[in-house]
Design a protein. Structure first.
Length: 287
């Protein structure tokens, strides 16, 4: 089973549109995972029909048992987040779940309770199963939820005898990106010809290298600045990153999105042709 993670150094490079088109090209033998759990949007294109829904527990909050509490104040004194008020009631929003109050309470009046940090879903799409998730507002456990989504995608792939897992990764280089990459067969970095595009490509390529995940590059909207696109291509080659595709700017991508279709399904314009042309190279890259 191969696992391709589509990532970008920053948001808005067209990573999700590309992943959705790849899912269309691999239909019937693919499981897709939306690991952009802070802002998931693959479902807009893949229109999943939900099969399962589960809570995701990654946080804890403290509960104080009023019958046991003697109001000694030790927990309040030790809480670095000012989450316990003068009546020894825990503010669930302020509580960071560090467990210090439980540790210092001399009367065993504090208990830690798991709380839901989000939800993950197993769904069916016209191309195969999709595992996706949604993190609750303000939650900071996106890396753990990404790891869960990938685990569930692997289970779904085994159950469906799928040979490929396509991961729509989060943008940037933070914890959720690292959680998306570990153990993957390869990463496709989607960039665009802008100064920040080159800078972000270098940063995310360094993360891939650090975690020993082979990386390749796709330049989206490559005709917006051909000189810079050429420079990105040369830099990528210098760094040993194969260039798997150059997709021109094409309004048909937007039209496809508005129509709720992937670019290759919509099938009009040069971008769709380019994505189809680059697909055999992508498969070869993760062989
Ligand atoms: S778990 Fe930590 S943050 Fe929460 S109330 Fe106890 S000491 Fe404060
Ligand atoms: S440390 Fe325990 S007994 Fe003391 S105020 Fe906190 S909960 Fe109550």
């Amino acid at each position: 089973m191969r696992e391709l993670v589509v990532i970008s150094g920053k948001g808005g490079t067209g990573k999700t549109s590309l992943t959705a088109s790849f899912a269309a090209l691999a239909a019937g033998r693919v499981v897709t995972a939306d690991c952009d759990v802070d802002a998931p949007d693959l479902h807009f294109l893949l229109k999943p029909v939900q099969r399962d829904e589960h809570d995701f527990f990654a946080s804890q909050v403290a509960d104080i048992d009023g019958d046991r509490c003697t109001a000694c104040g030790s927990c309040r004194e030790h809480c670095r987040f000012d989450a316990i008020d003068s009546c020894h009631v825990v503010d669930e929003v302020a509580c960071e779940g560090c467990g210090m109050c439980e540790l210092v309470c001399p009367h065993g009046a504090v208990q830690m309770r798991s709380v839901s940090s989000g939800r993950w879903f197993l769904s069916d799409t016209r191309y195969g199963p999709l595992v996706h998730a949604r993190l609750n507002f303000g939650e900071g456990n996106s890396g753990k939820l990404v790891a869960r989504v990938r685990d569930e995608a692997r289970k779904a792939a085994r159950a469906a005898a799928a040979s490929l897992i396509l991961v729509d990764g989060p943008p940037g280089i933070g914890c959720p990106v690292i959680a998306s990459l570990g153990g993957a067969t390869g990463a496709l970095i989607v960039t665009e010809p802008s100064p920040s595009g080159l800078h972000d490509l270098r940063r995310v390529a360094a993360v891939c290298e650090h975690f020993n995940v082979p990386a390749a590059v796709c330049i989206n909207r490559c005709d917006l600045d051909r000189e810079l696109a050429q420079r990105i291509s040369s830099e990528a080659e210098k760094d040993g990153l194969p260039l798997l595709g150059c997709i021109p700017y094409d309004n048909n991508i937007t039209r496809a999105l508005l129509d709720g279709q992937t670019a290759v399904e919509y099938g009009r314009g040069p971008a769709s042709d380019n994505i189809k042309e680059m697909w055999p190279g992508v498969l070869k890259f993760i062989e």
